[in-house]
Design a protein around this ligand. Structure first.
Ligand code: C5P
Length: 391
């Protein structure tokens, strides 16, 4: 595995050679890229000696395309330390030197950043906004840690220790999980069905279960296509690609086009069964005292459609939320929609279902096997589901 270590101009840059040394020791091939300011703290000779390769710091030194060849060479880019400046530049799409240009070129490959700065700078809303933006694009943050800072104060802003950065890199590049090489589809969250330009029909689904499933699948080594309805959740795993949709029909289009390339799919989204027959493109006016009637038409059933598309070797998992005759209804749905497993959400237990962080489920298999979970965190439930449906 090949890693490009990007170094920017913060005092923590003095730890960068140690990071490079540890990565080389762990068996990675390393090349370094540095900003001009980084070279105030650490020298070219040091970085070239520990990495055993020429340093990339001048955009035009060898023809102006080295950012592309270095992007092609590397499996991952680790920026340590990452200053508020580089974080802001990437969030704004600015490419005005070797490292920022490389960072923009690196999209599509995993990028890890270890932010390091004064705690007031870290807390600044601009920095926090930029961090959120980078995370939403899948850039992974390691740290910052809390502790003594170079400016003599203490607080959050210390660069994560090189050992911790190496551990994160190893976890992210690990392709040895039981699901390595498999692609899985997950749907999550609610759908919004437009009534007019400002109103919609929705539901209380938070998307937490689906996001936890995507993470559990990715941690087990799978490449995950996560299709989510409106939610404030974000995910920053390099093996998860998030597609955001709004309506059931958009989710249908995304899921049906992704499913043929997938080893399996887990549909946990709370899809609206009906949508308004027409969506006004302006705000509807009050209709007087008579009340108003909204005509609804049925949405496509994504799960049943995937059940019809399913080929030998593909696994399809649905969710069910039943109020009565739970097991019979879930079993009936499993047969009707051609599923391999159905996850029955308990509505009886406090702490299970919409919005909360915990859940309690029963997993029914096509062959009649049944697995019941205690009340656990959604992350633990997700791991149990993944272990059951993709052993
Ligand atoms: O039939 P019911 O809506 O109860 O089935 C729930 C399951 O079907 C969930 O897995 C949900 O994600 C999926 N579903 C779907 N498309 C719909 C309705 C439900 O994929 N239009």
């Amino acid at each position: 595995m090949r890693i490009v270590v990007g170094i920017t101009g913060g005092i923590a840059a003095y730890k960068a050679p140690e990071l490079v040394r540890l990565l080389v020791k762990a068996g990675y091939e390393v090349r370094c890229a540095a900003t001009e300011h980084a070279l105030e703290f650490v020298t070219r000779v040091t970085l070239e000696t520990v990495s055993g390769a020429p340093l990339y710091h001048d955009l035009f030194a060898s023809g102006g395309t080295e950012h592309i060849s270095l992007k092609d060479w590397g499996d991952m880019l680790v920026v340590a330390p990452a200053t508020a400046n580089i974080i802001g530049k990437v969030a704004s799409g600015i490419a005005d030197d070797a490292l920022s240009t490389l960072l923009l070129a690196f999209s599509g490959k995993p990028v890890v950043m270890a932010p390091a700065m004064n705690s007031l700078m870290w807390a600044h809303p601009a920095v926090q906004r930029n961090i959120a933006t980078l995370k939403s694009w899948g850039i992974r943050m390691v740290g910052p840690a809390e502790g003594e800072l170079a400016c003599g104060t203490s607080g959050v802003g210390r660069m994560a220790e090189p050992e911790e950065i190496v551990r994160s890199v190893a976890t992210l590049l690990q392709h040895t999980g039981t699901l390595a090489g498999q692609r899985w589809l997950v749907t999550a969250g609610p759908t919004y069905e437009r009534i007019d330009s400002v109103r919609f029909i929705g539901n209380y689904s938070s998307g937490k279960m689906g996001f936890a499933l995507a993470e559990a699948l990715a941690e087990a080594g799978a490449e995950v296509a996560l299709v989510s309805g409106p939610t404030s959740l974000t995910i920053d795993h390099p093996r998860v690609t998030l597609t955001r949709v709004e309506s059931a029909r958009e989710m249908y289009a995304a899921a049906t086009s992704l499913f043929p390339q997938c080893r399996g799919a887990i549909l946990s989204a709370a899809v609206a069964d009906y949508r308004p027959a027409t969506a006004a493109d302006h705000k509807l006016k009050k209709q007087g005292d008579e009340g108003m009637t909204l005509q609804l038409v049925q949405n496509p059933d994504i799960l049943a459609t995937l059940g019809g598309m399913k080929q030998a070797g593909q696994t399809l998992v649905g969710f069910a939320l039943e109020t009565d005759h739970e097991l019979e209804n879930a079993q009936g749905k499993l047969q009707r929609k051609n599923l391999d497993y159905i996850v029955l959400n308990s509505l009886r237990d406090k702490g299970a279902g919409f919005g909360v962080d915990t859940n309690k489920v029963t997993i029914l298999a096509r062959d009649g096997r049944r697995e019941e979970s205690p009340l656990m965190s959604k992350r633990e439930v997700a791991e149990l589901i993944v272990k059951t449906v993709a052993p």
